[in-house]
Design a protein around this ligand. Structure first.
Ligand code: 26Q
Length: 839
């Protein structure tokens, strides 16, 4: 019997886009998936029903994309990252599908508050900050540009902690983001993978008489893939983010069942599931925690085994692995992949060393995100060897062959060998992951021009001498879809009314705004938009924090992880300086400002936590004192994350990018602010330098020492006291804090922070203080002239084209990955009953 002909079109009854069909689908999902009548449904039920309605409209694109990649023989990007900070999916998918307005109307037709539904989504906080968010922006741009790509990472059950502020201090709360279920992911347990750990290796002779090595692990853990579709902006491409969850492996650990050790087996199961339980926060110093290495190896092994399985399914020879996959290492967190791919090729595929190594070196590329030596990952040899004995052997072999080459090129230079060795032998022995990444990759990139240049001069200088051709720069970018279209609809409409909407995919088009700069009417509209957004944020601050702020005041913002090198304390010294000026002269004319801070401190980073306390302590006094409260306000927004970022960036007048020069690899918040028309006050650091080049020096507030000057000053012998002793205001501000003025008379509270500034001040806060204050005074002057400020603001937005992640991804595709777009034809995969078969 012939199966019946049921052809389902792309826009059928289930996935149609008319208001009526959308409403029907929404109510159906509420009933059939959430199991609720509208009357009894919670806000979350409504959110879930809407999310499923949107997901249904993604699936055809997603499945067709996957099918196309499996059928076609083109190269795919595999972005390996321990973090993906995706932010809420609902709004973004609505924008990318082009159905935001229809869906909003359909929902409002049912008398449901649409904004409240968007707010309901608990964002997947599976990242610490910049690096994880960069991965998310890149996935958006890859899909938008129709590039075959996958993201591979870890499905942490608990993402970055939620931050509460109690009595001015940070308190960490676990982030139970999966509490109410995640409608965006589809588990694929049928594609699970087994990952070995521990045990030992042994030599043996195989059936063909070859000497080989086998790894006898002590344990295996099962990896279950959870897939999330990543839709491009107005394209049919929906790529996959595949995150691995750890579960107990039935086949191995559960042998205990057979021995009657039921509780032992359960304990093993719980231990296995711990592996992907929680995301590690990035600390001031990287400490080698075994569970962290287990996480890294786990997701990397799952991914590589899965890729090799795909090749097998396609009858594509594994010897041509590198033709099929371009593997990008997002920092060293997945760098163990280099040894794991070697193991799979040597031990499983039985290749010889040179063939395997050639494949590895043609597959991997490595992005570095830090210059701070204390942030470079290294693993104690003993721990590494007990967890991954085979990989340690492989790394020794890689090292020995590499050092042989170095010896040939630089005979007799033993110091150089020690510096280049993948094994740090200066004290306790460690595996240096950045070095493994350098040797095993064909390309190494930094994330801004200065950062890439400094990499070659400092932490990777020796590698630059050996492999100069591997080094390149790829300046970061951010996606204008989330950071402008979704987060700032008012500005989006104003821009689109002026220049059309092509800029959303071609951000360079924003340049056309330059011709409106001299249009007084346009400037007025620009100001009105900014004012309306600031009013919204003011309402939010009042509701959430009970702080009243004046939307006319200059909104001065610093949101990012709290770290000494980012110098939030320099910002607060400025606040205290303004306050002291007012105390000394209450009639002083002063540009009113609202200082907004946000950011999380790593739980064990005491100095960063004390900085949060200081911000709140200064705020408490300044916000209340009649002399200042109408001119200065300080608000610390708790729990800064992607969702809150979407409210913050659009409302800024001034973006604080004040890191010690040479320490911020790139920064990406700087780009989000400037795109939204904020002016930057910043040092010559990271991408600030390129932002300034683009927007023009006259539209950027520059202060402070350059990276070279920082280096010279440190070499000369920096003495912070020289700066405080010769600067009356600086000394007075430090004394005010020391005297307990902001801490109810407690003179001990901030002592650790003040001692650090006055004894070694490794981030040169005091050296840059006066330059910063002078620059802030110029900012205040310019803000007093709204027309002048608006001109600069418009020009900032107009000249941000370079900082789209689309540009960054084009460069990666062209220079590193060598991949081309593959458009998706939805008609190529009709899903009809005729092709049903059960295998
Ligand atoms: C390492 C070991 C153990 C535990 C945690 C970590 C860890 C986790 C995350 C170390 C670092 C990170 C994240 C680093 C990061 O976000 N770096 C930022 O990357 C951005 C994107 O390139 C840059 O713009 C920022 O300048 C850089 O600080």
């Amino acid at each position: 019997m012939q199966p019946p002909e049921i052809q389902i079109r792309v826009e059928d009854d289930r996935t149609g886009l008319s208001q009526e069909t959308l409403k029907r689908a929404f109510l159906d999902n509420l009933f059939y998936i959430q199991g609720k009548f509208p009357r009894l449904a919670s806000k979350n039920d409504y959110y879930m029903a809407l999310a499923y309605t949107v997901r249904d409209r993604l699936l055809k694109r997603w499945l067709s994309t996957t099918a196309t990649y499996l059928d076609r023989q083109q190269r795919c990007v595999c972005y390996l990252s321990a973090e993906f900070l995706m932010g809420p999916h609902l709004g973004n998918n609505l924008i990318n599908l082009g159905i935001y307005d229809q869906v909003k109307r359909a929902v409002e037709d049912l008398c449901i508050d649409f904004e409240a539904l968007l707010e309901q989504e608990e964002e997947p906080g599976l990242g610490n900050g910049g690096l994880g968010r960069l991965a998310a922006c890149y996935l958006d741009s890859l899909a938008t540009q129709e590039i075959p790509a996958f993201g591979f990472g870890i499905r942490y059950e608990f993402g970055i902690f939620d931050q509460e502020i109690k009595d001015g201090w940070q308190v960490e709360i676990t982030d139970k983001w999966l509490r109410y279920g995640n409608p965006w992911e589809i588990p694929r347990p049928e594609w699970s993978v087994e990952v070995p750990f521990g045990g030992y290796t042994e030599r043996f002779r195989d059936e063909r008489g070859r000497d080989r090595i086998r790894w006898i692990p002590s344990q295996t853990i099962k990896g279950i893939p959870y897939d999330t579709p990543i839709l491009g902006y107005r394209t049919n491409t929906a790529n996959t983010l595949r995150l691995w969850k750890a579960e107990a492996s039935e086949s191995f650990n559960f042998s205990a069942f057979n021995d009657g050790d039921y509780y032992g087996a359960v304990r093993e199961k719980v231990m296995s599931e711990n592996l992907t339980k929680v995301l590690y926060p990035n600390d001031a110093k990287v400490i080698g925690k075994q569970l962290r290495l287990e996480q890294q190896f786990f997701f990397v092994s799952c991914t590589l085994q899965h890729l090799i399985r795909i090749l097998a399914g396609q009858n594509f020879p594994v010897a041509r692995f590198h033709e099929k996959f371009a593997l990008q290492l997002n920092d060293t967190h997945p760098a163990i992949a280099i040894a794991e791919l070697m193991r799979l090729l040597l031990d499983r595929e039985q290749m010889d060393w040179d063939a395997a190594w050639a494949i590895v070196q043609q597959s991997f590329a490595y992005t570095n995100h830090t210059l701070l030596p204390e942030a470079l990952e290294k693993w104690p040899i003993a721990m590494f060897g007990s967890l991954l004995p085979r990989h340690l052997e492989i790394i020794y072999e890689i090292n020995s062959r590499f050092l042989d080459e170095v010896r040939l090129r630089f005979p007799g230079d033993n110091d150089r060998l020690a510096r280049l060795s993948l094994i740090d032998e200066s004290g306790e022995r460690y595996v240096r992951m950045a070095y493994l990444a350098c040797v095993g990759s064909h390309t190494i990139n930094g994330v801004a021009e200065l950062h890439s240049a400094l990499l070659k001069k400092t932490v990777l200088a020796d590698f630059y001498e050996v492999f100069p051709e591997k080094f390149t720069n790829k300046t970061n970018g951010v996606t204008p879809r989330r950071w402008l279209v979704l987060s700032n609809p008012r500005l989006t409409d104003l821009i689109t009314d002026a220049i059309g909407s092509r800029w959303i995919e071609h951000l360079e088009d924003l340049r056309q705004l330059e011709s409106y700069v001299e249009d007084a009417g346009f400037r007025a509209q620009w100001r009105q938009v900014k004012y309306a957004i600031k009013q919204d944020l003011a309402a939010y601050l009042e509701k959430r924090l009970g702080i009243q702020v004046d939307p006319q005041s200059l909104f001065d913002m610093q949101v990012k992880r709290i770290h000494e090198y980012k110098r939030q304390h320099l910002n607060i010294l400025h606040v205290a300086t303004l306050y002291l000026r007012l105390k000394r002269d209450p009639n002083l004319e002063m540009t009113p400002r609202t200082f907004i801070f946000g950011g999380k401190a790593a739980p064990s980073y005491t100095m960063a936590k004390l900085t949060i306390k200081l911000v709140n302590a200064v705020g408490e006094i300044v916000n209340k004192d009649p002399v200042s409260r109408d001119r200065l306000k300080v608000a610390f927004v708790p729990d800064f994350n992607v969702t809150i970022g979407q409210k913050i960036y659009p409302a800024a007048d001034l973006s604080e990018q004040i890191s010690t020069a040479g320490m911020e690899a790139s920064g990406t918040g700087n780009m989000k602010f400037a795109m939204n028309g904020a002016l930057t006050i910043g040092t010559l650091d990271g991408a600030n330098i390129e932002i300034r080049e683009e927007v023009g020096a006259e539209n950027f507030f520059l202060f402070g020492l350059s990276a070279a000057e920082v280096c010279e000053l440190k070499a000369r012998g920096y003495r912070p006291q020289d700066y405080s002793q010769s600067n009356e205001m600086l000394q007075a501000v430090l004394d005010l804090i020391a005297d307990g003025y902001f801490s109810h008379g407690d003179r001990d509270l901030f002592r650790p922070l003040l001692d650090r500034l006055q004894s070694d001040d490794p981030f040169l806060v005091l050296a840059d203080y006066q330059s910063y204050i002078d620059c802030q005074d110029r900012v205040s002057q310019v803000y007093r002239d709204p027309d002048q400020w608006s001109r600069k603001s418009i020009l900032n937005t107009a000249r941000m084209g370079k900082f789209s992640s689309d540009r960054a991804i084009r460069e990666y595709c062209r220079d590193i990955w060598k991949v081309e777009p593959v458009p998706i034809d939805l008609a190529a995969y009709p899903f009809d009953a005729g092709s049903c078969q059960i295998q």
